[in-house]
Design a protein around this ligand. Structure first.
Ligand code: GLV
Length: 326
């Protein structure tokens, strides 16, 4: 009997690919060439499933061209590359990889906050460039982390992980803003206080963005919001490009409207706004918040398990639109 055909749209761990090859006829991309939408359409045709990352857009035209498609499993917790409504209408199950990356991503959010506040990369460049000729009292003096106030926008699982690290590990005051308030038990556990966005921007020494991308969260932070922050504040984005207006941020950093930023995600990545590359007071990383070997392996395995469970057994693990199976 022939095996069901799937597409693995980007390179993944060979051991996970091997598991998929045992049970599916796999069209893979271990050369890791990023496909244009037209190439993706062509390769997806005739497939019943696909394993994608954030770089493949699954939308109405693609679904129309692939009537046999049953599931697309994203190897990411975020799924703004999916048009979920169109997938649901087309009867295509969408899955993501929540939970397995929560703590790792919260670790990275904190690492970026520390590196930004304490000017780690800026000072390293100074040293590597041979500019360190003497010690001086204010050399790379940054912002305090312990005992300061962090404001978290987006208090889902990762936001809560950052709150716990901040409150319990660094004695920080934690303010948060979210679509809905946490239960009193969770607020207590995260030692976090719910405030409106304006209060958060005005009072936080460090603003951390962990909100999912949607039309409603586009440019959550733009020139207006940056103007409300303390001039000594830092801004950390581990959420998605587009949550911050990068052009407005570059200007605010250049004008020292805020002290510094740490960015793991960018509008139009892997392109980075050229002005961000010229300002010293920003730490830039290439979308690696979940990148530990263990966590990336767990994400790949969960995406593969989603495909195998659904296509071979009709079961779901981490569905985004479970109503498709009803
Ligand atoms: C990474 O950005 C993810 O959404 O998992």
């Amino acid at each position: 009997m022939s095996k069901p055909s799937i597409l693995v749209a980007r390179a993944i761990f060979p051991e996970v690919l091997n598991q998929l090859q045992q049970v599916f006829d796999v069209d893979h991309n271990q050369d890791d060439v990023v496909m244009s939408p037209a190439e993706l359409h062509a390769r997806m045709k005739g497939k019943v499933g696909a394993l994608t990352t954030g770089s493949e857009r699954i939308d109405g035209p693609l679904l129309h061209a692939c009537p046999g498609l049953k599931i697309v499993a994203n190897m990411a917790v975020g799924y703004n590359n999916f048009d979920v409504d169109a997938m649901t209408k087309a009867g295509v199950l969408a899955t993501n990889t929540p939970d397995v990356l929560t703590e790792t991503t919260a670790d990275f959010g904190f690492a970026l906050l520390m590196a930004t506040a304490r000017r780690v990369t800026e000072s390293e460049h100074f040293l590597r460039d041979g500019k360190w000729t003497k010690w001086s009292y204010d050399m790379f003096a940054g912002a305090e982390v312990h005992g300061s106030t962090v404001g978290i926008i987006g208090m889902g699982r990762i936001g809560q992980g950052i709150a716990r690290r901040a409150a319990h590990g660094f004695g920080m005051q934690v303010l948060y803003h979210n679509r809905s308030r946490l239960s009193p038990e969770l607020e207590l556990e995260c030692k976090s206080r719910y405030v409106d966005k304006t209060t958060l921007l005005r009072e936080a020494d460090h603003v951390v963005l962990v909100v999912p991308y949607s039309a409603a969260s586009h440019h959550t932070i733009g020139a207006n919001e940056l103007a409300q922050m303390k001039p000594t504040a830092t801004l950390i984005n581990i959420a998605r490009g587009g949550i911050v207006d990068d052009a407005a941020l570059a200007k605010a950093l250049k004008d020292r409207r805020i002290a510094a930023a740490g960015l793991d995600v960018f509008e139009g990545e892997p392109q980075v706004h050229p002005e961000l590359l010229t300002v010293p007071n920003v730490v830039l990383t290439p979308h690696i918040a979940s990148a530990t070997v263990k966590t990336r392996m767990a994400m790949a395995q969960l995406a593969a398990d989603n495909l195998m469970d659904y296509l071979l057994r009709g079961q779901t693990r981490t569905p985004i639109n479970p109503e498709v199976c009803a």
